[in-house]
Design a binder for this molecule. Structure first.
Ligand code: CP
Ligand code: NVA
Length: 306
């Protein structure tokens, strides 16, 4: 690993070689876990998790993962820490990072995460911001590889909001060499200054066209955390951006479906798709555990592991 502290604040922070390393370590760590093999390379290490938004999967997977690797975990939220009483994020970073070995943060703006990382003595992981959700895409891609082999050269269809998941998929497409088809409702497009049609991105007005022939079809809630005030207007605007059986049929029989969860059946995905044979959502959720164990191992120990 290159000198200095490494962070995982966005997917593009890791190059292809590092991503491939993390996926391979995820496979090994998952296999050991399934065989009840003792593997505690992070004994005596402490993870601090800072949540400024709600979570089920991210909290449980990081917390269980750190304990399984021999370490311990501290969980704080805005409401039960001085963060909620306006202590500067820089001061919080200086203090927490003198006491623990690694930090995971779920917050609103990416800039706040970056300010924390800039003042941290230890690695910082993005557990979701308004802009990105890189740990989720690690799990999505690891799951795709498990079921379908390498993702390079394949096509992923993103149907719905141009949100943190969509922008992270775009970084992954660029970093790992696959194609991303995106269809968003009018008024909810990707920011043109950040995302333009090219080798790794094609934008479609019609969601059915985006899904046609895709190897993986994926979507997310119409209203992300922090945007709840827009819920009513979004529900109307997004009504044609539902992944349903017809759309999965357009993708093809071998296509898989993913969703980061939590999902709203009958909104962004029909119940028959998320609960159907092409859906990998439960495998993806489980794989959050394994990929994040590999991620923490890499950030703390580099490649000096076996
Ligand atoms: N997918 C995901 O990050 O879920 P949580 O919000 O439950 O952590
Ligand atoms: N885009 C969603 C993902 C939740 C895991 C949100 O930010 O709320």
């Amino acid at each position: 690993m290159a000198g200095g502290i490494r962070h995982f604040l966005q997917f593009a922070d890791f190059d292809r070689t590092e991503l491939e390393w993390v996926f391979e370590r995820s496979r090994i760590i998952k296999d050991r876990f399934k065989r009840y093999q003792f593997y505690q390379p992070l004994a005596d290490r402490t993870l601090a998790m800072v949540f400024e938004k709600a979570s089920t999967r991210t909290r449980v997977s990081f917390e269980a993962g750190m304990y399984q690797m021999g370490g311990s975990v501290i969980h704080i939220t805005t409401g039960d820490s001085q963060l909620g009483r306006a202590e500067p994020i820089e001061d919080t970073a200086r203090v927490i990072s003198r006491m623990v070995d690694i930090v995971m943060i779920r917050t609103f703006g990416q800039a706040k995460l970056e300010r924390f990382a800039a003042h941290s003595r230890v690695p910082v992981i993005n557990g979701l911001t308004n802009e990105y959700h890189p740990c989720q895409i690690l799990a999505d891609i690891f799951t795709f590889i498990e079921h379908r082999g390498p993702i390079a050269g394949r096509t992923v269809a993103w149907i719905g909001d141009a949100n943190n998941m969509a922008y992270t998929w775009l970084q992954a497409a660029q970093g790992l060499g696959f194609r991303l088809n995106v269809s968003t409702p009018p008024g909810y497009a990707l920011d043109a200054s950040l995302a333009q049609d090219g080798e790794h991105l094609q934008v479609f007005a019609d969601p059915m066209q985006a899904a046609r022939g895709a190897d993986l079809v994926t979507t997310d809630v119409w209203t992300s955390m922090g945007f709840e005030a827009e819920n009513e207007v979004r529900t109307k605007a997004f009504s044609d951006w539902q992944v349903d059986a017809e759309m999965m049929q357009a993708a093809g029989r071998d296509a898989v479906f993913m969703h980061c969860l939590p999902a709203h059946r009958g909104e962004e995905v029909s119940a028959d798709v998320i609960d159907g044979e092409q859906s990998l959502v439960w495998d993806v959720a489980e794989n959050r555990l394994h990929v994040q164990k590999a991620l923490m191992e890499y950030l703390l120990l580099g490649k000096s592991v076996s």
